[in-house]
Design a binder for this molecule. Sequence first.
Ligand code: ADP
Ligand code: MG
Length: 265
Amino acid sequence: MSVTQVPMLEIENLHVSIEDTEILRGVNLTINQGEIHAIMGPNGSGKSTLANVIAGNPEYEVTEGSIRFFGEDILELEPDERAQAGIFLAFQYPTVIPGVSMANFLRMAVTNVRNARAKRDGIDQKPFTPREFRKLMREKMELLKIDESFATRYLNEGFSGGEKKRAEILQMALLDPTLAVMDETDSGLDIDALRVVSSQVNDLMNPNLGILLITHYQRLLDYIKPDHVHIMITGRVVQSGGPELALELEAKGYEKLLAEFAIEA
Ligand code: ADP
Ligand code: MG
């Protein structure tokens, strides 16, 4: 065992309730930089709850356990402070913000995170001018093969499923997170869009980044290869393994696991 390395993300015995109902019942999970972890599980097993709790959604009450990010307890941090620390959450159902263009939205989001990081690191940094930001954004868009017209459109308004996902990936590219949590990135995507979005995620993968990929289906994992696969049933990680676990699950379905691990109501 290595002695010095502090894990990037370390979740221990996490219990989470919503309105007095316990949803997560002791989740343990460790993710390091450079690793892709997939969490699979039937609907209602608590996958999105976990994503929300990592991001700091205040609707969820942590009743027990801890989440540490490079050794620091993040449960007391506000969602924006977590984003500034390098945590990115791509939502399952991104919101529409009428009247705000992609470019402006992204500039605000990136400026916030960048300012906070500069402040934390004691660096005196000027915010991007609109021109500088447009240049950076164009570079990323070209890299991700996202059409230029995207920048001037209103955020998520009339976006197709695939376009919303690409907008999220663009946001991720600009924010350059250390931990990216992607909740059902495959939902609502046809096979072509799935290919595009997956290859964009693969392009962004680097040794400093850790990805937590949440998915109901195995097919996303044909395109984004996880190093570790975890199965969540009724608020617990009941099995962990390599990519073969996802294939096994695809073949056998969730029924057997559900029968074994589900709790009686
Ligand atoms: P998954 O993402 O695995 O489908 P969720 O985390 O969305 O599961 O949901 C887990 C359980 O928590 C479900 O029974 C769901 O109904 C409940 N739940 C999730 N969010 C809320 C909420 N905001 N209010 C009440 N119940 C919720
Ligand atoms: Mg979900």
